[in-house]
Design a protein around this ligand. Sequence first.
Ligand SMILES: Cc1cc2nc3c(=O)[nH]c(=O)nc-3n(C[C@H](O)[C@H](O)[C@H](O)COP(=O)(O)OP(=O)(O)OC[C@H]3O[C@@H](n4cnc5c(N)ncnc54)[C@H](O)[C@@H]3O)c2cc1C
Length: 426
Amino acid sequence: MAWDFSTEPEFQQQLDWVEQFCRTEIEPLDLVFPGAAYSRDPKAKALADPLKQQVKDHGLWALFLDKDLGGPGFGQLKLALLNEILGRYRSAPVIFGTAAPDTGNMEMLAAYGTEEQKRRWLYPLMNQEIFSAYSMTEPEGGSDPSLFRTHAMRDGEEWVITGEKWFTSAGARADIIFVMCTNGMFGVPGDAPGVEIMEYPPLHNHIRYNDVRVPADHLLGPEDGAKVLAQRRLGGGRIHHAMRTVAQVKLAFDIMCERALSRQSHGKTIAEHQMVQEAIADSYAEINMLRLLVLWTAWTIDNSSTREARTQIAACKYTAAKVLREVSYRAMHILGSLGTTNLTPLQAMWASAPTMAVMDGVDEVHKVTVSRNVLKSYEPHAGLWPTEYIPAKREEARKKYASLLAADPDLAAWADHAARATARGH
Ligand SMILES: Cc1cc2nc3c(=O)[nH]c(=O)nc-3n(C[C@H](O)[C@H](O)[C@H](O)COP(=O)(O)OP(=O)(O)OC[C@H]3O[C@@H](n4cnc5c(N)ncnc54)[C@H](O)[C@@H]3O)c2cc1C
């Protein structure tokens, strides 16, 4: 029986350790020293580095990478189960070596980098000795890559990159930026002459590449291969975001349920009011639908490839944004005035829903992908009626009983009568 929703006991033990570690070590760090896990400040590093070491000692560092690249080689399904815990804690992805945007860049490097590029960028990224960014979106419009203009010109043993990018997350602090050009994907050192970081936005940077020169071997993958590399990079990133969203909506659900049982209104607990029960019931079903979609997609990737699973990944992307929006809103609402403050995680969670619907490609584009791919397995019906037009199907089915109907007029009359009776009312 291959359909099995259980978790191996050995892996469950690891999940239990992760849960406890996040609760007792990462959450206190986040509450008292927010941002310490990401900081290069020596005092902050002294707090975060021992936690990272504990993760390494448990063989859980860089969870998303295969064994030959230094990760545990869990695959996507196990990663999904881990991310259902990690996504609840702000610093957990970085403490476990699985933080965006580095993870997607590392996956791209692992798949397309030369040995020299892996040595130069991948292994230092894995060890968080350096940090990276990904520069794809351009100010003229992000949803349509055919509008992108940034390009590289070959000049002897160098490439000269010219263009302008928008919303490069963590670009200002990146040691290496992967820049998507019309004719290839390039690794550009953050401090290369000509890399100009604009003042705004402060976190997701607007960057001008003013004739930036990089050595010839900074081209990643084949020349003109940027779109393929981008798909490889973004596919992984999208499913990881969806996995962490499952953790977020479960947190919202826990907050909602606890509060519903704790408050009274009009003579009963809030949980006893039917409209609150509807909010809880809908959230329960939506969270589990998202969770199963994500796990099924992760399983498909493990058993085929990111490319094979691209329709499912696209469906995860916009479903995660929708469930996040709906469940976090309901949870905020059930917390009443408290829900509208930033004294619980809910308000930030709800405010992140529009971000989820835009980042890694806007929802509309992913819905187009799903619809287009799904429609490939359908064909238009011949003639006027759909295949499921019952009178036509019945005529066809009668051929199976033709000799019986011809031999027994009573039975034929009975069949005619029954057919008319079922069609009546319309
Ligand atoms: C938090 C965050 C982090 C990000 N990080 C990075 C990063 O590190 N690197 C990077 O390169 N980019 C990054 N992005 C940018 C992101 O990839 C783009 O925002 C996204 O591709 C959309 O591009 P746009 O913002 O130009 O919106 P537009 O393309 O202008 O789209 C705006 C709206 O137009 C409509 N629309 C557009 N196209 C269609 C369509 N085909 N069908 C129907 N409606 C459509 C939709 O309503 C859409 O929301 C990030 C974005 C966010 C929010």
